[in-house]
Design a protein around this ligand. Structure first.
Ligand SMILES: [Zn+2]
Ligand SMILES: [Zn+2]
Length: 312
């Protein structure tokens, strides 16, 4: 069956599913979450939801973003595959697609070539619209040659949609056939452990796109660095995005494994990476140079810069 092809091309355009399918899948996450109003949460269901949120948000922020897009730490080929699967299970598609579009975002931040800037497009486009733009669906494998060396990553990128379904099936099995949720609770486990947790995890990424770039820093935001883009540190989103919302810091020094630069800028992804490094699953975490940390201006003093050079 073609769905399980393992001899996929590693160059050129890897086509995505049809745009309608992509839209329906996102819609399904929102619609499925509405069912939570009819399924009372229990402590066990909430724990399942939070665990799924944490694991899979780490999948896209620690995996798709900091590892695949920025190569900010090293790991084994096996754990790299685990990260790719975790990231894909969050509903944020494959690691190569994520890395290509995110690298384009950094390269062209807040210009017309930026795939999801709210500048000039509006917040709704940065939030969801860009995902439904047919120009942003396929993966140009030639833009991620460092990753296409691994056929298993090309495979996950192509069949990324299997991973959320696998996660859903696992969650159903836990609810239905284990005593953890009182038994016969497969549907309730899917509603809270899959739909609500996927919706929350997705919000972390989409809200950062929509609200961590703006020419007018507003509520909950500040700039620490004079970057040539409109990136903002958004403290209210730091839990929901596991640290991805320290976005102005990140645009200043994007290849660091760390995005929260001040002691109070909580960066759960970085803390998780430190814990994984302590047990030897990842290593060589790229840190932020001292001069970059010192360079941070006081909150709200980081104006716009026209200098696009000399940034990592
Ligand atoms: Zn950005
Ligand atoms: Zn980035």
């Amino acid at each position: 069956m073609s769905i399980f092809r393992f001899d996929l091309p590693t160059t050129g355009i890897q086509p995505s599913e049809k745009l309608l399918v992509i839209k329906l899948r996102v819609l399904l996450v929102y619609a499925g979450s509405v069912a939570a109003f009819f399924v009372p949460p229990t402590p066990a269901l909430l724990a399942l939801m939070l665990m799924g949120f944490y694991l899979r948000t780490f999948g896209w922020e620690g995996g798709h973003h900091r590892y695949f897009a920025h190569r900010s730490f090293k790991t084994s080929r096996a754990f790299q595959f685990v990260l790719a699967c975790l990231g894909a299970s969050s509903g944020q598609r494959g690691p190569l697609w994520w890395a290509c579009f995110h690298r384009a975002h950094h390269r062209h931040a807040d210009t017309p070539q930026d795939p999801h800037t709210p500048v000039g497009n509006g917040r709704m486009y940065a939030y969801l619209g860009w995902l439904f733009d047919k120009n942003n669906c396929d993966t140009n494998l030639d833009d991620a040659k460092d990753l296409t060396r691994y056929p298993e990553l090309v495979w996950v990128n192509k069949y990324h949609y299997l991973l959320p379904y696998l996660y859903l099936a696992g969650v159903y099995a836990l609810g239905q056939w284990t005593p953890l949720f009182g038994g016969d609770a497969g549907i309730a486990a899917v509603v809270w452990g899959f739909f609500v947790s996927t919706l929350l995890s997705l919000q972390g990424s989409l809200l950062v796109n929509a609200f961590a770039h703006s020419p007018r820093p507003g509520w909950f935001t500040y700039r620490s660095y004079r970057t040539p883009d409109t990136s903002l540190n958004h403290w209210l989103l730091c839990l929901l995005s596991l640290g991805a919302s320290w976005h102005n810091n990140h645009h200043r020094y994007m290849n660091s494994a760390r995005a929260g630069f001040r002691w109070w800028e909580l960066d759960i992804t970085y803390l998780t990476l430190r814990a994984l490094a302590a047990v030897g699953l990842v290593w060589d975490l790229r840190e932020v140079p001292e001069h970059v940390l010192l360079e941070a201006s006081r909150p709200d003093e980081g104006g716009l810069s026209t200098d696009r050079g000399d940034r990592q």
